[in-house]
Write a protein that binds this ligand. Sequence first.
Ligand code: FES
Ligand SMILES: [Fe+2]
Length: 347
Amino acid sequence: MGNKPRFSIPRYPRGWFQVAYSDEIKPGEVRPLKYFGVELVMFRTENGEVNVLDAFCPHMGAHLGHGGKVEGDGIVCPFHAWKFNGAGKCTHVPYAEHLPRKASITAWPVHEVNGVVMVWHDIEGKEPEWEIPTIPEWDNEAWTPYWRQHWKLRSHNQDMCENVVDKAHFRYVHGMNIVPQPHTIELEYPHIKMTTDTIYETRQGEVKGELDVEVHGFGFSVSRFRGIVETTNMASVTPIDDEFCDVRFSFTVKKLGGADITAGVGKAFTKEIARQLEEDAPIWENKTFLEQPMLCDGDGPVAQFRKWCKHFYPDWYHKQAQDEYDGLKEVSKPLTLAERRKRLVAA
Ligand code: FES
Ligand SMILES: [Fe+2]
């Protein structure tokens, strides 16, 4: 019997999640990854297409991310040189006359956009239900290159996302004198859109402006601050395993007539946002998840948010998580995506 899970909600929601920056994987390169509790391999073909597969070769179990080599449009296993294409299909066995017909590996849908590599996760293996839009600030002469920050946090995607609608914490965790009052907030699966007036305190003084937040599922959001500077932060949260998530911030600032001051204020602003995340982190890493929080009238649309969250997990997955949490069922072991799906078919 494993340990009791920390959360009574499912660990791995449906959606698009960043697994790398585009420049971390060049043509012909192979990288081992671990996300969603699954060992994965990412490779970029010689033509430049990125693919992500479950890591273990169906022949005798070698990890393709450790010693696998890109050849043309596929990856060759380091153990006995079986070759798999980006769809996970075995296309060549150098010493066999007939290819084993069923030899294939689960391929994850990949979308490379805004300078990042994203994969689609769906516990039931369904096709992507929405797309991640191209951000106009990305690869745009008028904007600075991304300034990146990365954290590994012991938390859950849903708990971290709840921060967006949790109005009251801005004063008590982030010390903001004026709590942001959203003019508009829309929650419609898979998006949240919010606009709010806000004031950030930086070393250069107070910066007033408008903050626009777009959430695209639990993996990806874009925050745009429009004040005396224009700053955009693309934030991604990807579950690694049952404990940890990778959090990545990519900031860009609009260039203004070569004024260094603008860059200075922009940088100060980005530091402020990163500081806010570091203030949230100890709360997130140690809190418990209350299914029925005791809310009061000043709390913001937390109940509405919780309803929105339910769309990201199928009902049976909710039940499984709850049963594991209540100790009615053994905690599920880390499985490959293919094994999880097989178990589903059997259930
Ligand atoms: S284990 Fe991969 S080819 Fe044998
Ligand atoms: Fe926060």
